[in-house]
Design a protein around this ligand. Structure first.
Ligand SMILES: NC(=O)c1ccc[n+]([C@@H]2O[C@H](COP(=O)([O-])OP(=O)(O)OC[C@H]3O[C@@H](n4cnc5c(N)ncnc54)[C@H](OP(=O)(O)O)[C@@H]3O)[C@@H](O)[C@H]2O)c1
Length: 336
């Protein structure tokens, strides 16, 4: 059962993109570009001359979006790379392909892809499907590409890792290690209540988006300590009418009527993509910045502005937990 998106108007994206400086010569890898924020980010970067590596699982959507991007930006350089975030093996294979294609330059890795409030089931690797898609596979991808990013930063002066979180990071303000373990099926079930007492689906989603923000805080700390010129950044898109809600409604995680009313308070996919685009392209951006729309950390719409990382994940206990559990899950250390 799909839901009918509200008819919202794009307010800022076109002007915002026209003001981005030329990105020629740079290499960007973005996960999840078939629809939504990733698609509009890829469109903008391609328009500005950047080479964009599109990291998507194999599907008709992936092929179709690839050809639409190419037809909208005939001069742009788009490269489709198969990468299924539900499989660590696929992420490892994609990482090797990226290293071969980029050789000695990767300016930006944007960990954008995500799923929301999906059933309590395990990936083939044994982890919660939401946690593996939204965080663990991005952790592995970042670990695999870190040397290339660091090499680029040494040569060019900087490189960036951009994560995509959500206002949902605030639903549960304490990261719980069990969500990063092989405990699928016992991680709260399929309750779909959003507020005030979130059901299992929303608790798991909230933990993944908290993990995205905590991962940024961990990276920021480690990059600073090691004096690396790589920058760690995080954005959230507010409430954007992408395919995220359609997928959730189809899976039973949101009521169709409620979603139709709720999304009227949001913004378009284009406007929602501005946070990650800002993190990828803003000149002189500071490592450890958080970009979100509007004037408050919970605003649903507006131009992206800078916020600070928050204490409820940027603390020693949470950062240690996140790093240890993520390394355990991928079966490798990640040394910066
Ligand atoms: N929209 C919002 O209001 C909102 C709010 C807060 C945060 N966010 C975050 O924004 C990010 C982008 O989401 P969106 O709103 O743009 O949703 P979307 O339109 O559904 O896009 C999600 C993208 O992730 C990809 N993806 C899902 N599972 C994948 C997998 N296993 N391997 C590779 N790619 C996969 C999807 O590809 P397929 O076509 O293969 O499924 C799609 O390209 C997510 O991290 C989400 O949590 C969105």
């Amino acid at each position: 059962m799909s839901y009918k998106k509200p008819n919202l108007k794009t307010k800022y994206y076109h002007d915002f993109v026209s003001n981005i400086k030329d990105q020629s010569g740079k290499f960007f890898a973005i996960t999840g570009t078939t629809t939504g924020t990733g698609y509009y980010a890829a469109l903008a970067i391609g328009k500005k001359g950047g080479t964009v590596l599109l990291l998507n699982r194999e599907s008709e959507r992936s092929e179709k979006s690839f050809s639409i991007l190419k037809s909208k930006n005939p001069d742009a350089s788009y490269i489709n790379i198969e990468c299924d975030l539900l499989s660590f093996q696929s992420v490892n294979e994609a990482s090797e392909k990226i290293k071969t294609i980029c050789k000695n330059r990767l300016d930006v890795l944007c960990n954008n892809a995500g799923i929301m409030a999906i059933k309590d089931i395990a990936s083939n690797d044994g982890y919660d499907v939401q946690m593996q898609t939204n965080h663990l596979s991005h952790f592995l991808l970042t670990k695999n590409l870190y040397s290339l990013l660091n090499e680029t930063a040494e040569k060019i002066g900087e490189a960036r890792i951009v994560n995509h979180s959500s206002t949902a990071r605030k639903i549960m303000k304490r990261l719980d290690g069990k969500y990063l373990e092989k405990k699928s099926g016992s991680l709260g079930g399929n309750g779909s209540m959003m507020i005030p007492f979130p059901g299992g689906r929303w608790k798991r989603y909230a933990q993944t988006k908290l993990a995205n923000a905590a991962f940024t805080a961990c990276l920021h700390e480690r990059l600073r300590k090691s004096k690396s010129k790589v920058k760690a950044l995080v954005a959230h898109p507010g409430l954007a009418t992408t395919e995220l809600q359609s997928t959730t409604v189809k899976d039973g995680g949101m009521n169709k009527w409620f979603t139709e009313q709720f999304m009227k308070g949001g913004q378009t996919s284009e406007d929602g993509s501005m946070g990650i685009i800002e993190c990828m392209t803003k000149v002189d951006i500071e490592c450890g910045s958080f970009y979100g729309p509007g004037s408050r950390m919970t605003s649903a719409k507006g131009k992206p502005i800078k916020f600070e990382l928050e204490d409820f994940y940027d603390n020693d206990k949470t950062k240690k937990l996140l790093w240890e559990k993520s390394c355990n899950a991928i079966g490798e250390d990640f040394n910066i």
